[in-house]
Ligand binder design. Structure first.
Ligand code: SAM
Length: 458
């Protein structure tokens, strides 16, 4: 890479010593492509659409795989149905960290800087049953993408919010784990996203460091005593990495926790706090840093009395409960004739979140009631709570699946008025309803594939 900022280059030479040449050489190699399977939707089986390009497994994430080339993911219905997420391999290490700290007890987790959803989708798949993830993003446009990606991933024990870290002050000691994948100077993305090189400057390193401290100060109280903070960045800059971990330990009642490393290609940071670097000349992946911190003090969480109107929950209507797995642990809410299904045990906490924060999605928005009829909604097709055996399914071939995803008409033989779950390689894509001579395509229009479909695929 010839256009690296000289100040970055000289700092990296000092930081890496004899390894620096290998590091700069790695930056000239193409960025590896990797994906992570959705354990529930795929049951660990690589989708047929990727079989011919799967290379090897990633080192620390059992669901992670490298691909030998980058396909057009938009044109893979399995991707559209949430069978896998395209994620850079180093950052899948967060799943390994989670395994060190979560056991069988359900936990509440806050992923504070979550868009577009890589760590959130990884995290929710790693949580024990009955856990809840709050997946937050402060920037509105990015929060929309986060919501879409989390709905596609299909785990519905998730609340998506669009808030500033300071807005979480009402949730003192509410979370067992807080993940701060902080906005940073992004040096680890130089290879994957060369445009980020132009945004780098030394002044910005200070801006990033100060913002990271502000975010951590705002959010620290939300962590329970003995709870864990996972801090990560995609930069090599010690000022945003190990120095931030040291600062947390000085600033709060906190201790840095070491982890035993699954590979000797991971480089422990050079500091009094335990942090782990991922350099592209050593690990197959992009630049990444993370560390684990445990909170020592704090108050127990006492939910405030809910000031706003109570939303009453009620048993799930039979037309819906027959479509759901484990419906006995779920409950329903009806707001303006839209029925949302949520985990019974988190109903009160979700209400609290909704009264204090800008919640953009929670549970599974399953159906709309109109004229005493029920209209099934897209999140129900995508949720892992859906019992596909109870649905009338239409298994589409690739051209039909793509036309469906482009929101075009497809022909399906079914009873008039019947709700049909359109699937591709048994991955649910969305709903259709037969109107006699044609299928009404219920894919929301904002979800449709916008690119032209190549003629050889349709
Ligand atoms: N965790 C994400 C993933 O795995 O897909 C990537 C997160 S990215 C490294 C950092 C995120 O922090 C961005 O989405 C950015 O919009 C958000 N962000 C920017 N400024 C912020 C702030 N002041 N407070 C909290 N989050 C912020």
């Amino acid at each position: 890479m010839s256009n690296l900022p000289p100040a970055f280059e000289s700092r990296m030479r000092k930081q890496l010593g004899q390894e620096a040449d290998a590091f700069f050489k790695a930056l000239n190699q193409p960025a590896p492509v990797s994906i992570r399977l959705n354990p529930i939707k795929t049951t660990g089986k690589i989708p047929d659409t990727l079989q011919s390009i799967v290379d090897k497994k990633t080192e620390w994430c059992p669901e992670g795989y490298f691909l030998s080339q980058r396909p057009v993911f938009t044109l893979d219905p399995c991707y559209q149905g949430g069978a896998y997420y395209v994620q850079e391999a180093s950052s899948m290490f967060i799943g390994y960290l989670l395994k060190q700290i979560i056991h069988e007890q359900p936990v509440k987790v806050l992923d504070l800087c979550a868009a577009p959803g890589g760590k959130s989708s990884l995290t929710v798949s790693a949580l024990p049953a009955d856990s809840l993830l709050v997946s937050n993003e402060v920037i509105r446009s990015r929060a929309t993408i986060l919501k879409e990606n989390m709905l596609r991933w299909g785990y519905s024990n998730v609340v998506v919010t669009n808030n500033d870290p300071s807005d979480f002050s009402a949730f003192e000691s509410a979370f067992d784990i807080v993940i701060v994948d902080a906005p940073c100077s992004g040096e680890g993305m130089f290879r994957k996203d060369p445009a980020s090189i132009g945004e780098w400057n030394e002044n910005n390193l200070t801006v990033c460091r100060d913002r990271q401290k502000r975010i951590l100060t705002d959010i620290w109280k939300t962590l329970k005593p003995d709870g864990y903070l996972i801090y990560s960045t995609c930069t090599y800059n010690p000022g945003e990495n190990e120095e931030i971990l040291e600062w947390i330990c000085r600033q709060f009642q906190a201790e840095s926790i070491p982890v035993s490393l699954p590979a000797d290609t991971i480089t422990p940071g050079n500091s009094t706090a335990y942090g782990y670097h991922f350099y592209p000349h050593k690990t197959t992946g992009e630049g990444f840093f993370c560390g684990l911190i445990r909170k020592k003090d704090g108050e127990k969480y006492r939910p405030k009395k809910n000031k706003k109107q109570k939303t009453t929950t009620f048993p799930i209507p039979p037309e819906l409960s027959r479509l759901l797995i484990h419906s006995e642990n779920l409950t329903a809410q009806n707001e303006d004739n839209r029925i949302t299904i949520l985990p019974d045990m988190h109903g009160e906490f979700i209400r609290q979140l909704r009264s204090e924060l800008k919640v953009t999605a929670y549970g599974c928005e399953a159906a709309e009631l109109y004229n005493r009829k029920i209209k099934l909604l897209h999140p129900l097709a995508l949720t892992t709570w859906l019992n596909k055996q109870a649905c009338s399914c239409y298994e589409a071939e690739l051209p039909e699946a793509l036309r469906y995803l482009k929101k075009e008409d497809i022909q399906v033989n079914a009873k008039t008025g019947e709700w049909i779950l359109i699937t591709y390689r048994h991955i649910a894509l969305g709903w259709g309803k037969n109107l006699g001579n044609r299928l009404n395509n219920y894919l929301p229009k904002e979800w449709r594939i916008r690119m032209d479909l190549p003629t050889d695929l349709i």
